[in-house]
Design a protein around this ligand. Structure first.
Ligand code: GLN
Length: 471
């Protein structure tokens, strides 16, 4: 289904060109405009890059991802291309530099086809918080694609590009991947530079990838990962080398799975799919170990205290002086207050208030400092788990894609759709969502693999193995 790998085959057989492939995606984006997946289409530039790719293909020296057509979440800074973060406050913001990941993609022959819709400042689980309208799930237009990287997920799932990038602070790549039948990875914290990613919660944010298969994902992560002088949180190691290792044979695994009481928030479709996967793993001779999660009840509260605290600080810079939207003033209006009140949406304002509250002097110890201690317990529990097992296997989401509007009136219900994803960000560990099939109504289901820090290469190898096993 339109993978980069298939494209390479066709191009090697001289059956297509990079220009033809790029034009196909541009047409398909327009034919699917009702999905609202894209905020900006980079048509002219994309065509120019495709012509350069064809030149290099014809000269016999293609680069690592030559002609790969890539869509970018609109919180990634793109030189001379509007970058809104899904917010009115950045409606006219045109960055003057490319994020490191984008520089690396361009340097290896990737083609930037456009910027994708998202929940405002990456806050949300359904893409209903975008100032530019909802994104529709391509499997059922009345349902959400997940969030906050919903546009990037649909761009891959609906075949509007080969691969896309998103950001994952508490699940924003894995959850929409599960809802759209795509692969979605959040790498280890520090494995991919975030220079040029507009920050939501800096100690949790990671850039990651959506793809239709493991091969394309491996090629992409090998290009964008590795030390970057511009981001001091990147660890001091070079690019991953996962592509060459995805087919390496494995011994039998020891796999951590969740006991039944951890699955109570799951609907029957997800439970059934999970059980089927476990039986296949068992039949294949792997050792299944039920894991005692010591603190899953504090994952969501810890995440929402820390994420909102950091967001309230990160978003202070949007004061209408330096960037974007400025409110029309009437007498007695405060310029900054009015611009921020009109420029930010409801969910963003809710989080700025919550974050400011947990950081305020009277409540700092009770909430923020306590959440930091809770985070340490969560990290410690992960260390114990990965001393026992090779990886943790769990659902990505408790349910299949829900209906638009179903959870908008109840923020807590919305937050609970991140039940299985926030802990990986709190612990920093790499995690991936793998598509495992559909329910009776044709809605996609995803399962998640989490591994120890810096085992990103192994994570892709295992994902490739599981993909074949679950077929
Ligand atoms: N859905 C979560 C939230 O709303 C995660 C968002 C994300 O990963 N960017 O915060």
């Amino acid at each position: 289904m339109g993978t980069y790998f298939e494209f390479l085959n066709r191009i090697n057989n001289k059956e297509t060109s990079s220009l033809e492939e790029t034009k196909f995606f541009l047409e398909n984006i327009k034919a699917n405009s009702h999905l609202n997946a894209f905020l900006t289409i980079n048509e002219e530039e994309a065509i120019k890059s495709a012509q350069e790719s064809d030149k290099r293909f014809n000269e016999g020296n293609p680069r690592k991802i030559e002609g790969m057509v890539v869509a970018l979440k609109d919180n990634l800074s793109t030189k001379n291309i509007k970058t809104t973060c899904g917010s009115k406050i950045l409606e006219n913001f045109i960055p003057v530099y490319d994020a490191t990941v984008i520089e690396r993609i361009k340097a290896e022959g990737g083609i930037i086809i456009g910027k994708t819709n998202m929940d405002e400042f990456a806050m949300g689980s359904s893409n209903e918080n975008s100032a530019y309208g909802d994104v529709s799930n391509n499997f059922d237009l009345d349902r959400v694609p997940g969030g906050s990287s919903g546009g990037s997920a649909v761009a891959v799932s609906a075949n509007l590009c080969h691969v896309s990038l998103g950001s994952d602070t508490g699940g924003s790549i894995r959850q929409p991947a599960a809802f759209t039948g795509t692969y979605g990875i959040k790498p280890t914290y520090g494995r991919i530079s975030r220079y040029g990613l507009i920050a939501f919660a800096s100690s949790l944010d990671q850039i990651g990838i959506f793809s239709k298969n493991v091969e394309d994902m491996a090629l992409m992560i090998d290009v964008i990962s590795g030390k970057d002088e511009m981001d001091s949180t990147t660890s001091d190691i070079q690019h991953t080398n996962s592509f060459d290792k995805i087919n390496e044979a494995n011994d039998k695994f020891t796999i951590g799975v969740l006991p039944y009481q951890e699955m109570q928030s799951c609907n029957l479709d997800v439970l059934k799919a999970y059980k089927e996967c476990l039986s296949k793993l068992q039949e294949d001779g792997h050792q299944i170990v039920e894991i005692e999660l010591k603190n899953s009840n504090i994952w969501i509260p810890t995440y929402y205290i820390l994420a909102t605290a950091e967001a309230s600080s990160n978003l202070a810079k949007f004061d209408a002086v330096k960037y974007g939207f400025r409110a029309q003033l009437e007498e007695n209006d405060d310029f900054i207050v009015k611009s921020r009140s009109l420029g930010f949406g409801e969910e963003v304002k809710r989080r700025i208030l919550l974050g400011t509250f947990v950081l305020s002097s009277g409540y700092y110890d009770a909430y923020y400092a306590k959440a930091q201690k809770a985070r340490r317990l969560i990290q410690d529990n992960y260390k114990e788990i990965f001393n026992l097992v090779d990886f943790l296997f769990l659902p990505t989401t408790p349910t299949t894609p829900f209906k638009k509007g179903e959870k908008t009136a109840d923020p807590i219900a919305m937050y609970l759709s991140d039940y299985f994803t926030t802990s990986a960000n709190l612990a920093g560990v790499p995690a991936i969502s793998i598509p495992v099939g559909f329910n009776e109504n044709g809605l996609p289901i995803g399962m998640q693999v989490q591994m120890n820090n810096f085992e990103d290469e192994k994570l892709l190898n295992v994902s490739n193995f599981l993909t074949k096993l679950f077929k």
